[in-house]
Structure formats: structure tokens, C-alpha cells
Design a protein around this ligand. Structure first.
Ligand code: EPS
Length: 408
């Protein structure tokens, strides 16, 4: 249990933290608890960072940044070595903001610096953060309460995905709703969801809906407004029994919901059919079980349906994990909403900073990353291992035990 940490009352083997302001010099991500011996290249992370930068409806900032990671520690000769993995992603836009963000005092301080924000945006952390942290310039809040921070999450999530891939677990996502427009539900999802979704500028699998969504984004952009939406995350290859029913803070659905709700602008998470389950009777909700010899991951059974989304009692069932994540519209509107100028106490129009019309396609990639982190954490809790080989041995031993269950 060396390197373990307490979360709630639970011992956790894996944790990560991020640092960095949106227009500061760089973003930093530190992931601690990865076993040694995991093959890892900067490109494994860079591929995921590039996926997060895609998406129709993003603003000019995404044309400035080309996110790539530098490993500062924890990786040697293309493999993890068991120590904390520190990663740095430089902000290219920093050169345009040095005077605004300079950590050192400058002439003129403490007068407001260039680009001070006092006309706080409704729906953003600006006002609440400014009062709580006793600041005069909301830039001290918004620079951190920025979607830019999610770059560092995706960096950590990419490594978690890399670990999960060694256990034959895959995670994909796609957009199912944008600003009032539903994508048609898929009868059968592609084997490689991301390979198909990443071809779409909105990461949706419904090309007809995509056209309508793009047209809608263009209209909303002209109106100076913004849009939210919903992404579905699907994770395949998970064995039965990650998470636990025994205590509130070990239930995997709770831990996943917490991680996903922490993504900026996310307002709701559903597992399986989610809120719809409350409207149906039990017979139309619960997934009937039947024998399925050879279906090792779920213990030689299958569910006839997967309305539970792969979780029962806070544990994985061996069926695909299905999560839906809802994001509200971005709170920076180019046609600003009414607010109070905290410098004068007068009514004013909120600050209209350069921003995105929507970032829902990127949110799907971030949701994959947060899901990967929670699942990697749960896998390491269950199987342990200071080296990848040890984790894999423990996993194989568990799988061979599960393969022997319910064999009649
Ligand atoms: C953001 C505003 C925009 C977005 C940014 C999040 O940046 P800027 O203020 O520089 O125009 O592009 O998202 C990112 C930089 C990113 O990497 O996702 C905001 O206000 O939260």
C-alpha cells in the first residue's frame, strides 16, 4: 500500500492533481501511483490532447494552442518507473499575456492590471470566487476556473487509458445532443467509437443531425450566444467487480459521478438509462440475467439488456459501462447578460471575452479522461501491483477465478 492516499475513508492507490492558469506559462499535471513498466510515449498523451482541441464551435484560442506534453519525471526510456509522473503543457498564448499574468510585482501594481475583469459573468465562477477569495479582479478566479485546466486532466487520463488498455479495457465517447438537437440513437455502436466519432467535427455518429447542429451553432454564434449538450461515454472490457457495494465512498457509480460532475460546466450525469428509470416500472428497468458460458468478464452470464449501464450495487457487472454527461452552455456570451460591476456596484453588461460557442465535443474527451482515471484507480485498488507485470498477474488470477464461477 505504499504511495496510497485516503479519499473519504477509502485508501486510494492512484491520484492526480493539476495546476496552471489559462493564460499563465503552462499547465501542470502530476499523476501518482502508476505501476512501473507501463510503456508510455509522449505521443500517447499528445494524441489525446489533440482530440480535446477538436470540435466545431470553438474559438480562436484553439488555433493558437498546439498542446503537447513534456514529461518532467516518472518516465524513463519509454516506460513508467513507478514515481510520480509530472507533465508540463506550455501555453503558447502566454507570450501575449505576460504583463497581465506576471507572477512578479510590476510597476503600477496594485492598481488594476490590463484586462482586469470586474463585470462578472452570470453563471461563471467570477463573482462567487471573487467574494470568497477577497479579490478585486475576477481574473484571479477565471484564469483557473477555465476549461483550459482540462488539458491537464486529459494528460493524466491518457496515461490511465494506457494502463487500462493493458487490461484490454477501452473507453470511447460521442455526442448525443447539442443545444436542443438530438442525434438519432445508434442501434449498434461501432467497435471503435472514437475512430468514427473523431471523424465528425462535433464527434457525433449521426451525420444528418450533425448538419443541423452545425447550422444551429452558426446561428447562435451570430446571436452572440452559446450552447450546451450531452455526450455518452462507453467503456468496454471491464471485468465484473470493480468498485464495491459495502460503503458509500467505494461505490463506483458515486465516484464516477463525482469525477464527471467536476468537469467545468457539467450539470448532470446519468448511468445507463439514468433518470428514465424513475419513470418506468421495475420490469422495464432491471436487466434480466441468463447463462452465457465463456463470457468470462461477467462470470459466465449476460444481461439481456444493459439499462443499468454496466453497474449494479456500485460495482461493474462485466457489461459495457455507459454514462451520459450534460454540459450547460458556456457562460461567456458575446452578447453579454446583465450583471453588476464589482468596481462601481452599478448595473453593467458582463465582460465579453473571446470564447467558444460550444465545447461539448471536447467535453466528451474530458469525460473519457475522468472516467479512465476513476476506472484505473478502481482497477489498482482491486489488483494492486507496483509493476505492470504484477498488476497483470493479479488481474489474470482474478479472471481465471471469475471464469470458474457459475459453470454448471
Ligand atoms: C475559456 C475561454 C477560451 C477557451 C478556453 C476556455 O479561452 P480564451 O479566454 O483564451 O479565449 O478557448 O479553453 C481553452 C483555452 C482550452 O484549452 O480548452 C474559458 O473562459 O473558460
Amino acid at each position: 500500500m505504499s504511495g496510497s492516499r485516503i479519499w473519504g475513508d477509502t485508501i486510494v492507490m492512484l491520484r492526480f492533481t493539476t495546476a496552471g492558469e489559462s493564460h499563465g506559462p503552462a499547465l501542470v499535471s502530476v499523476l501518482e501511483g502508476m505501476p512501473a513498466g507501463l510503456p508510455l510515449l509522449a505521443d500517447d498523451v499528445n494524441t489525446e490532447l489533440a482530440r480535446r482541441q477538436q470540435g466545431y464551435g470553438r474559438g480562436r484560442r484553439m488555433q493558437i494552442e498546439r498542446d503537447t506534453v513534456e514529461f518532467l519525471s516518472g518516465v524513463r526510456a519509454g516506460q513508467t518507473i513507478g514515481s510520480p509522473i509530472a507533465m508540463l503543457v506550455a501555453n503558447r498564448d502566454w507570450k501575449n499575456w505576460q504583463d497581465v499574468m506576471d507572477p512578479a510585482p510590476r510597476e503600477g501594481d496594485p492598481d488594476p492590471r490590463r484586462r482586469a475583469v470586474t463585470r462578472v459573468r452570470p453563471g461563471h465562477a467570477d463573482l462567487t470566487g471573487l467574494i470568497k477569495y477577497d479579490r478585486d479582479d475576477a481574473r484571479d478566479i477565471l484564469e483557473r476556473a477555465s476549461a483550459r485546466e482540462t488539458t491537464a486532466r486529459v494528460a493524466a487520463g491518457a496515461i490511465c487509458k494506457r494502463l487500462l488498455s493493458e487490461l484490454e479495457v477501452s473507453i470511447g465517447s460521442y455526442l448525443v445532443h447539442l443545444g436542443g438537437i438530438d442525434a438519432r440513437p445508434c442501434d449498434v455502436l461501432p467497435d471503435d467509437i472514437n475512430a468514427v466519432a473523431d471523424e465528425s467535427p462535433l464527434r457525433t455518429l449521426d451525420r444528418e443531425a450533425e448538419d443541423a447542429m452545425i447550422a444551429h451553432i452558426d446561428v447562435i454564434k451570430r446571436e452572440g450566444n452559446t450552447l450546451g449538450g450531452i455526450c455518452e461515454v462507453v467503456c468496454r472490457g471491464l471485468p465484473v467487480g470493480l468498485g464495491s457495494h459495502v460503503s458509500w465512498d467505494r461505490k463506483l457509480d458515486g465516484r464516477l459521478a463525482s469525477a464527471l460532475m467536476s468537469i467545468p460546466a457539467v450539470k448532470g450525469v446519468e448511468v445507463g438509462i439514468g433518470f428514465e428509470a424513475a419513470r418506468r416500472t421495475g420490469a422495464d428497468v432491471h436487466d434480466e440475467i441468463e447463462p452465457a458460458p465463456g463470457r468470462t468478464l461477467s462470470g459466465n452470464v449476460r444481461r439481456r439488456t444493459n439499462r443499468a449501464g454496466g453497474l449494479e450495487g456500485g460495482m461493474t457487472t462485466g457489461e459495457p459501462l455507459v454514462l451520459r454527461v450534460a454540459m450547460k452552455p458556456i457562460s461567456t456570451l458575446m452578447r453579454p447578460l446583465a450583471t453588476v460591476d464589482v468596481a462601481t456596484g452599478e448595473t453593467a453588461a458582463a465582460t465579453a471575452e473571446r470564447s467558444d460557442v460550444t465545447a461539448v465535443p471536447a467535453m466528451g474527451v474530458i469525460a473519457e479522461s475522468m472516467t479512465a482515471f476513476v476506472l484505473a484507480q478502481a482497477a489498482l485498488e482491486k489488483f494492486g501491483g507496483d509493476s505492470l507485470a504484477e498488476t497483470r498477474r493479479n488481474y489474470d488470477s482474478y479472471l481465471s477465478h471469475v471464469a470458474d464461477r457459475l459453470r454448471h
